[in-house]
Design a protein around this ligand. Sequence first.
Ligand code: HH2
Length: 363
Amino acid sequence: MTTTLAIRPIARLAGLQTGSGEESAALRLAGRRDCAFALAEIIARDASGTRRRLVSAAALRADRDPPLAELVARLESPRAAIAGISFDRARIMGIVNVTPDSFADGGRYFDGDVAVEHALRLEAEGADILDIGGESTRPGAAPIDVEEECRRVLPVIGKLVRQARVPVSIDTRHSEVMRRAAAAGVRLINDVSALRHDPQSLATVARTGLPVVLMHAQGDPRTMQDAPHYADVVLDVYDFLAERAAASEAAGIARSRLLLDPGIGFGKTLAHNLALLASLSLLHGLGCPLLLGVSRKSFIGHLTGAPPSERLPGSLAAALTGIAQGVQLLRVHDVAATRQAVAVWEGDQPRPRAERQRPASED
Ligand code: HH2
């Protein structure tokens, strides 16, 4: 069994500017001024079991244990920009599914021109990046032919790379699609299999020089919801992402090119999804920006009974749970609504004037 050492920052200090004593000892996630925490749960797991203790941020800093000090340093180090996007605040990735069968919007943007129009609308609504996918990975989905996937996404990517001002990413598990999308100008690769589905993917991504999202999934989309099982879902996902980050580095993909994602809904029960959402802050210890995909997902339906088309309120609540824990990139269908929710959440944060959009008639 892997030995796991993790720190889960808790008790966020909202609106903390400067401070002394306990306040100045606060844990500041990923170099963020707006994301300070007063306490931490230290979690250690080995073959003999899991031990947890709660400490103040000040006590954690005073602890000279080298692995712990190294972990604190990784937790707090600023993250490099990826695809030209800086991660000093929450950013938004707009979803564009060029598919007939995606769970939330299957068929609506299957036509390439409609998909481009939709993507440009998401950009106008405030998306920081546009994520183009040609294969549904919803539970139960059957894999599709790589040529068909290319036929769906490449024309859309080609047009968006020319027409959109924000970067474009490709959501795929296939190295051939990654390679051709990179040649067409995408700036980020998003792989829900964390570069495991296709044996060529690690080398392909390394060669493109592009950054990549490594997402946790247990099993394949077709069967992943049959009987998901974990010893401890939060620590198992943490260990998995640590292993995939190490495998990527070994293949020549620098850690500064990685985004990590717990993969909400991918081989997880409702209890697993909720446990992960409650412990997202722990994943900052892996030293990479975090992506969260909760938009319209089925855990919201399980909690509320709402169908995918009526899950916007739950999606916003889950997105805010993420940004309260320092998640840097939210993958969403509803960009305008998420932009508004994030703007209100970040209301006290200094931002460039241009980003404050106040209707002229209101004060
Ligand atoms: N979720 C989906 C697809 N890709 N990528 C990342 N990194 N994280 C996610 O949570 C994630 C993802 C599923 O959502 P969607 O694309 O809307 O549905 P479908 O797979 O049915 O096309």
